[in-house]
Design a protein around this ligand. Structure first.
Ligand code: F6R
Ligand code: ZN
Length: 190
């Protein structure tokens, strides 16, 4: 049977799509080892398992030729001086890309290749970011009060490799400096 085209609406300022097949909630406890300041992490976790980000996915078969899309919402907050962020990942099929369209909020996309090239791009409403094949990516919300909301599209056969980032972290971190958000080297990167 041939798939039929479909539409859905993504009204703004409401950012939850009218069609949602899967809703993911990632809390602080799922981010163990990702933030630099372990003490601040433990302290925050002892008080509350804060909701860090959510993803609304529109499902399609995970095969070549299909596209997956959805909305990612990173909430404002910090662990120590490091802003709330997604776990971040490489695609398992490294040679796959992704497009992000920023709908709301302020932040950055932190990216790197397996060869150690890095790039950090600012996100603000209306901005489209192209993440080329091979680049791991993590969104970081630097708004004080507002969510960072992005719409994303990527090849459905891409898959996710979280392990590499879980082990090593990203080479660059986004922290709250005296003059606002700062991009710094990750001192723990090996
Ligand atoms: C998919 C993709 C986004 C992220 C989402 C949550 O390839 O990059 O949909 O999945 O922003 O981030 P992660 O997956 O790193 O927890
Ligand atoms: Zn991705």
């Amino acid at each position: 049977m041939v798939d039929l085209p479909f539409t859905f609406t993504l009204p703004t300022p409401q950012v939850i799509p009218s069609k949602v097949d899967n809703h993911i909630e990632r809390r602080l406890s799922a981010m163990q080892g990702q933030f630099l300041d372990q003490e601040a992490f433990n302290k925050m976790l002892s008080v509350e398992d804060r909701l860090i980000y959510q993803v609304y996915e529109i499902k399609r078969p995970e095969v070549e030729g299909e596209l997956l899309m959805g909305v990612s919402i990173v909430h404002p907050g910090k662990v120590g001086s490091e802003f709330f962020m997604t776990k971040g990942h490489f695609h398992s099929v490294l040679e796959t890309s992704e497009i992000y369209y920023c709908l709301r909020g302020e932040g950055f996309m932190v990216m790197e290749t397996p060869e150690g090239e890095t790039s950090v791009e600012e996100l603000s409403p209306g901005k489209v970011l192209y993440v080329p094949p091979r680049w791991a990516h993590r969104s970081v919300c630097t708004s004080r009060q507002e969510d960072l909301v992005t719409f994303f599209v990527y090849p459905a056969n891409a898959g996710h490799d979280y392990g590499t980032i879980e082990r090593q972290g990203f080479r660059k971190l986004v922290i709250d400096g005296p003059g606002g958000p700062e991009i710094v080297d990750n001192p723990r990167y090996s």
